[in-house]
Design a protein around this ligand. Structure first.
Ligand code: TRP
Length: 342
């Protein structure tokens, strides 16, 4: 894709898994940044349903959860004039490139991954091969589209490092300096990258896998639920509110959330809230959260109710993604010496 100067825009690829509900940590940490940066780039956003089955999943909800994430992308402001939305499993090249890459990298690159080790401990005895292979699938997502940049949070950095190691290895073994097989992606780390923490423990990240729903505000929570959750969230007995006191992680987190929801600057939030107690602050945070999420929820409802529209977005997105991905897959097949499909 080109802009007015005729220069090709750099390409971005990212994805969210259709598991559980999207919370405001995912929203402020990922999707909102994609939306804000999207006009500078040529973007591909996928719903990574193949990743969602790397841990035990519910077949009764997978398709609906996939629609939900796609509709949320649109409701949060992903603009189809510069972005493509598609479902990972609709592009079979993701699975195929994963196989090819599996055969080219050593096992210990995967067994050493931090997230694998953490998730494997949680799974106990029943660790699937897919969980081990998760980072290779993620690498395929990125490499099939020759992505220049990948917006990643702290927890995904190691996966992007692995992707870059795979690129170097494949190019070294099967490419020439003039004809590289794979493009090396860069991480895109945004300066403000606010980390949203749990409502019940300000030192832990807000997470889909926390058993308590009170620990997170979901993008689709009703105003009543948001009010309940803010009312019950953890605070401290200290008077006055402040950012950055290591003894008061909840205070920093709740002020950060207020800043993000209200769109006010940090200085303005400090000015406004420094002399407040929790009783005064909580209604303010509640109101800001509801006001920010309400228009997203409204758009979400309209989109999700128009199944024909959503299907057409995913069909067209899938077609475009397939075209790009199959071109790359053929390039890799050729480099590896395969007889190409006749
Ligand atoms: N692993 C990512 C996460 O859990 C999701 C993901 C899958 C992804 N494929 C990707 C992110 C490709 C960026 C690029 O957040």
């Amino acid at each position: 894709m080109s802009d007015l100067t005729g220069m090709a825009k750099q390409r971005i690829l990212s994805g969210v898994q259709p598991t559980g509900s999207l919370h405001v940590g995912n929203y402020f940490g990922a999707i909102r940044n994609w939306v804000q940066g999207q006009y500078e780039y040529d973007n591909l956003f996928c719903v990574v349903d193949l990743h969602a089955i790397t841990v035990p999943h519910n077949p009764a909800t997978l398709a609906q959860d996939t629609y939900t994430i796609a509709a949320l992308y649109l409701a949060c402001g992903i603009d189809l004039s510069c972005s493509t939305i598609f479902v990972q499993s609709h592009v079979s090249a993701h699975s195929e490139l994963t196989w090819l890459l599996n055969c080219l990298i050593p096992m210990n690159w995967l067994t050493d991954m931090i997230q694998f080790k953490e998730k494997a401990v949680k799974q106990g005895e029943n660790v699937g091969v897919g969980l081990l292979d998760y980072p290779v699938l993620m690498s395929s997502d990125i490499l099939l589209y020759d992505a220049d940049k990948v917006p990643v949070g702290e927890d995904q950095k190691q996966h992007l490092e692995l992707t870059r190691d795979i690129v170097d290895r494949v190019n070294h073994q099967f490419g020439t300096p003039k004809e590289l097989v794979l493009k090396r992606p860069e991480p895109l780390i945004r300066a403000e990258g606010a980390r949203v923490m749990s409502l019940t423990d300000g030192s832990k990240k807000m997470s889909k896998s926390d058993p308590s729903d009170l620990s997170r505000i979901n993008v689709l929570d009703s105003p009543e639920m948001i009010q309940q959750k803010v009312k019950k969230c953890k605070t401290d007995p200290i008077k006055g509110l402040e950012f950055g006191n290591p003894e008061r992680p909840e205070c920093t987190n709740l002020l950060t959330l207020y800043m993000l929801f209200s769109g006010k600057s940090k200085d303005d939030v400090i000015e406004e809230c420094q002399d407040m107690g929790w009783g005064q602050f909580k209604p303010l945070l509640t109101e800001a959260a509801i006001a920010h999420l309400q228009p997203i929820q409204q758009r979400y409802k309209e989109i999700v109710d128009d199944r024909a529209y959503l299907d057409s977005v995913l069909r067209e997105g899938g077609q475009k993604a397939n075209e790009i991905a199959n071109r790359t897959l053929n390039r890799v097949r050729k480099a590896l010496g395969f007889l190409l499909p006749l």
